[in-house]
Design a protein around this ligand. Structure first.
Ligand SMILES: [Zn+2]
Ligand SMILES: [Zn+2]
Length: 243
């Protein structure tokens, strides 16, 4: 499967880029994970909007769902232009009723996932871990049968990440804080925490994402690398990983 980073900022996007959004592709199937601010614009540099087969959301904070509305308008306009009736499934949890209800529109349908169970979407099997965040949020462990990726979504540190990420080929983490900061109150992790998770979980490659708007991002890489022996990459638009 192939992962492409579309948006990687925490909170709000820097000019010309986007907050959380990742494309996951296998054969002809395309899953969009989170649809942050700017995601729809940036996505079109890489993929036809109508070529997306499904969307899944970790939680309903704006930096993960801001472009759901314009994605729905895009499907509405294109469905008329192309004269077809396909409905785009958007998977979300139901612990925020209002957020979940907004997923259904003329050409999109909100589908509830049960985080207690594994979910199959196209070629992907997904299991969930509740994160430590001010609102209900779920991290995902996704496999296509060949390789495994883990996406922490938004979370402060919890030991559960180590087991959940065990032996993953790729770990994409919330790395919104530098090593000397404390992300606990905000519900985010530091570079050192995610490096430690990657090391203890025996992960192959770590992508630092949900990046802060200040400081030198290379410091995040250096700090994570102090505790993790594997490969550490900084999220950037267009970054791809394939296995
Ligand atoms: Zn976020
Ligand atoms: Zn959040």
């Amino acid at each position: 499967m192939k992962v492409s980073v579309i948006g990687y900022w925490g909170g709000y996007p820097a000019p010309g880029s986007a907050t959380s959004a990742y494309l996951l592709e296998k054969d002809d199937f395309t899953l969009l994970i989170d649809v942050g601010s700017g995601a729809l614009s940036r996505l079109q540099q890489y993929k036809d909007i109508m070529a997306i087969d499904a969307v899944i959301l970790s939680h309903y904070h704006y930096d993960h769902v801001a472009d759901i509305g314009v994605l729905q308008y895009a499907w509405l306009v294109q469905s008329y232009l192309m004269e077809h009736q396909d409905i785009l499934p958007i998977y979300g949890h139901t612990e925020d009723k209002e957020g979940f209800e907004k997923l259904t529109h003329e050409f999109t349908e909100g589908i509830a996932y049960n985080p207690e169970e594994t979910l199959t979407i196209g070629p992907f099997t997904i299991s969930f871990l509740k994160t430590k965040h001010p609102v209900p949020c779920y991290g995902m462990r996704i496999t296509d049968g060949d390789s495994v990726i883990v996406y922490t979504a938004d979370s402060s540190y919890q030991d559960d990440w180590i087991q959940f990420s065990q032996d993953a080929d790729l770990l994409i983490t919330d790395c919104n804080f530098y090593a000397d900061q404390d992300g606990t109150g905000a519900g985010h992790m530091t570079s050192r925490e995610v490096g430690m998770i990657a090391e203890k979980a025996n992960v192959n490659t770590l992508i630092l994402s949900h990046l802060p708007q200040y400081g030198d991002h290379q410091d995040l890489v250096n700090q994570a690398s102090e505790v993790f022996d594997g490969r550490v990459l900084l999220a950037e638009e267009g970054l791809t990983w394939e296995k």
